[in-house]
Design a protein around this ligand. Structure first.
Ligand code: UFG
Length: 324
């Protein structure tokens, strides 16, 4: 297929590009390299520009006649979104609006959107989120993504555009063959930070809050291996092409680990010790976010292979060591 992939040089986009490229698809990546890296582009042709450049985007979409668009480009850091809401509404909402508008206008009928568990905020009972749980995001990041889901839903009702919104839980680890991994320069994600500690790039780390209503007081998340998440996109694409309908799907394994459990796992798996300080809560954090994971398996036949925190941590650590 002829595919437009935005944000293909970033963490998740580059893992999906790796799978789609191996399958022989004809891919154009639009990425301005603001957080992504050129070396992560293992396949496809790269167009380096910002999605805000709508004239250039329209020219490309018009000329290439894509059959599908996978939209990864965006800003993804919860605490940063609290500090810089406009950046999130620009990069995530406004840019998505233009992209959806242009895809619809020029006949790109299959659209896959990187959505997020942050849409649920603290609304789900015991933090177990079904796709029907109320959508009450508690930070600008989640709100900026929710608006895009709404635009897709409304547009798909009255046009030929079909979409799959994948609501990612906590994506972590690196490609099992270590071809690609997470490279964000100022990382904020837990497993990445703990891996930086284990490789000696950071002297220590903080745990943000131990007064949540969870088993040990620290936040609980559903950590999913990035290669499994990438495969979900491949499955979603097949679903769109064969079924010609839309779906909104949680993308997680269905069980969670606390921050303390994750940090202990990193220390055990890597055999490295490092300093960990408990500090106050971080703005925008929900207590527990765990996917109720059945629907994605039923609807698109997703069968994850790496539901194993030790393996997630090992690949993250090995990638981090390879980077240094
Ligand atoms: N944490 C620490 N110390 C750190 C980093 C993180 O204690 O140095 C804690 C956070 O406070 C949080 C947990 O580890 O409780 C996970 O935090 P991350 O920053 O790794 O991830 P988030 O849960 O904030 O967000 C991630 C993605 C979002 C997605 C969300 C879904 O960045 O895009 O998972 O659960 F929406």
């Amino acid at each position: 297929m002829k595919i437009l992939l935005t944000g293909g040089a970033g963490y998740i986009g580059s893992h999906v590009l790796n799978l789609l490229g191996q399958d022989g698809h004809d891919i154009v990546v639009v990425d301005n390299l603001s957080t992504g890296r050129k070396e992560a582009l293992l396949y496809g042709r790269h167009e380096e520009f910002n999605l805000e450049e709508t004239e250039r985007l329209e020219e490309l979409i018009k000329k290439e006649k894509f059959q599908a668009c996978l939209h990864f480009a965006g800003s993804i850091i919860v605490p940063e979104s609290v500090e810089k809401p406009i950046k999130y509404y620009q990069n995530n909402t406004q840019n998505s609006l233009e992209l959806i508008r242009l895809c619809e206008k020029h006949g790109v009928h299959n659209f896959i959107f990187s959505s997020t568990a942050a849409l649920y905020g603290d609304s789900a009972t015991n933090g177990i989120c079904t796709e029907e749980s109320p959508l009450i995001p508690i930070n600008p990041y989640g709100r900026s993504k929710l608006m895009t889901e709404m635009m897709l839903e409304d547009t798909s009702k009255v046009t030929n555009l079909n979409y799959v919104a994948l609501r990612y839980f906590n994506v972590a680890g690196a490609n099992v063959d270590l071809k690609v991994g997470q490279c964000s320069p100022n990382a904020t994600h837990l497993i990445k930070i703990a891996s930086e500690c284990a490789t000696g790039k950071r002297p220590g780390m903080e745990i943000f809050g131990e007064d949540y209503d969870t088993k040990d007081g620290t936040c609980v998340r559903d950590y999913i291996h990035v290669d499994d998440l990438a495969q979900a996109h491949v499955d979603a694409l097949k679903f769109l092409v064969t079924k010609k309908e839309s779906a909104v799907l949680n993308c997680g394994y269905g069980h969670g680990y606390s921050v303390k459990e994750v940090v202990e796992t990193v220390k055990r798996v890597t055999g490295k010790d490092f300093e960990v300080k408990i500090t106050g809560r971080r703005a925008g954090d929900a207590g527990t976010l765990i996917s109720k994971a059945g629907k994605i398996r039923e609807v698109i036949g997703w069968t994850p292979k790496y539901d194993d925190l030790d393996l997630i941590v090992r690949t993250a650590f090995e990638w981090e060591a390879k980077l240094s």
